[in-house]
Design a protein around this ligand. Structure first.
Ligand code: ATP
Ligand code: MG
Ligand code: FE
Length: 347
């Protein structure tokens, strides 16, 4: 079974082709990505209407490129998958519209995928894929969740952020430090020149009894510290503040992940979503996990942020478990808001 996947939930257009046998981990044949970061940078964030229009321009050429690189044609495509949600409504509609039209023209099924399920399963395409069951730390631009994962479609929410997501905390702090959008990678780069202990920042909910997160207060503390340093802050102090910010976010993520492992008694951890690219997180989590005999699995660096491969993969893994029913044909809707862990539990 060859699945063509289309991701268009936010500011990346991603297309990929995966091949899946009846069981076993699907294989990535080719993928292509266009990021709109340059286009949105001038506005300091994603402009939804511009995002939708750009997805329209990019998706067909990217699909052609992927099929070409895979040595395949449209006739080889068995299923067309797309991101059904969550995300920007207009952006989602582009991917859904293209996927369903293409599927109808080919006489093949279309399949809507949950974007976070894509992130969650993306480490299965890595050279060190996980095995079920595991604890998942989902850390992206819009979400921060800990889940217990017992299989495809079997997700139980253990805790989540009560305000900002971890990626959002990176991005907003980066903005306060005068770094561009999205600021996560830029803040992480600046942090490598700083000492995380020079400035003291709060670690909200670090010792709370539950597995929830809160990052809004951290952003306020970064703002206050930045104001104290003033507009003529030296480069070294900016780096110290970036390092302190990164360390505060990472400390909470590490601490809560370990707590979730302890609570569930599991010894495997999957970290996915854009923030899983962060090297300080990987280093500190790796050390904490090693002390407890826990194995940690990540997506390949290129598959941490949004991409089409994870969408094609999630569709393929779902379809290995639950064959397509009669379904809705080619009628489609999108779900801009869509919780992951209330998904029906697969048998
Ligand atoms: P969601 O998946 O929740 O809908 P999204 O798709 O916008 O949100 P992703 O593409 O998974 O999010 O990740 C983007 C986020 O990851 C941004 O907030 C970005 O700053 C952050 N990010 C990417 N690389 C790094 C890094 N090296 N360090 C810290 N943060 C990073
Ligand atoms: Mg993005
Ligand atoms: Fe994402």
């Amino acid at each position: 079974m060859k699945v063509l996947g289309i991701e268009s939930s936010c500011d990346e257009t991603g297309v990929a082709l995966v091949e899946a046998a009846e069981s076993g981990t699907p294989r990535l044949l080719a993928q292509a990505l266009h990021t709109q970061i340059d286009m949105h940078q001038a506005y300091g964030g994603v402009v939804p209407e511009l995002a939708s229009r750009d997805h329209i321009r990019r998706v067909v050429p990217l699909a052609r490129q992927v099929l070409g690189e895979a040595g395949a044609t449209l006739a080889d495509v068995d299923v067309v998958a797309f991101t059904r949600g969550p995300g920007l409504a207009g952006a989602l509609l582009v991917g859904a519209g293209v996927a369903c039209s293409l599927a109808a023209a080919l006489g093949r099924p279309a399949y809507g995928v949950h974007h976070l399920e894509g992130h969650l399963l993306s480490p299965f395409l890595s050279s060190d894929p996980p095995a079920f069951p595991f604890v998942a730390l989902l850390v992206s631009g819009g979400h921060t969740q800990l889940l217990r994962v017992d299989g495809v479609g079997r997700y139980a929410l253990l805790g989540e952020t009560i305000d900002d997501a971890a990626g959002e905390a990176f991005d907003k702090s980066a903005q306060l430090l005068g770094l561009g959008y999205p600021g996560g990678p830029a803040l992480a780069r600046l942090a490598t020149f700083g000492d995380p202990t020079v400035f003291t920042l709060p670690r909200p909910l670090l010792h709370s009894a539950n597995l929830d997160f809160s990052f809004a207060g951290l952003k306020t503390a970064v703002r206050q510290q930045a104001l104290k340093l003033g507009p003529n802050v030296c480069e070294q102090d900016r780096a110290h503040l970036a390092a302190a910010t990164e360390r505060a976010i990472v400390d909470v993520l590490v601490h809560k992940s370990i707590a979730a492992l302890r609570r569930t008694g599991l010894d495997r951890l999957v970290v996915a979503g854009g923030v899983s690219a962060n090297l300080t997180l990987r280093e500190l989590l790796g050390a904490a996990a090693a002390r407890r005999g826990v194995r940690v699995h990540y997506p390949e660096p290129a598959l941490c942020t949004d991409n089409g491969a994870m969408i094609a993969l999630a569709a393929a893994m779902r379809l290995q478990h639950e064959p397509l029913g009669a379904g809705d044909g080619y009628a489609f809707d999108v779900k801009p808001r869509w919780p992951l862990a209330t998904e029906p539990v697969a048998a």
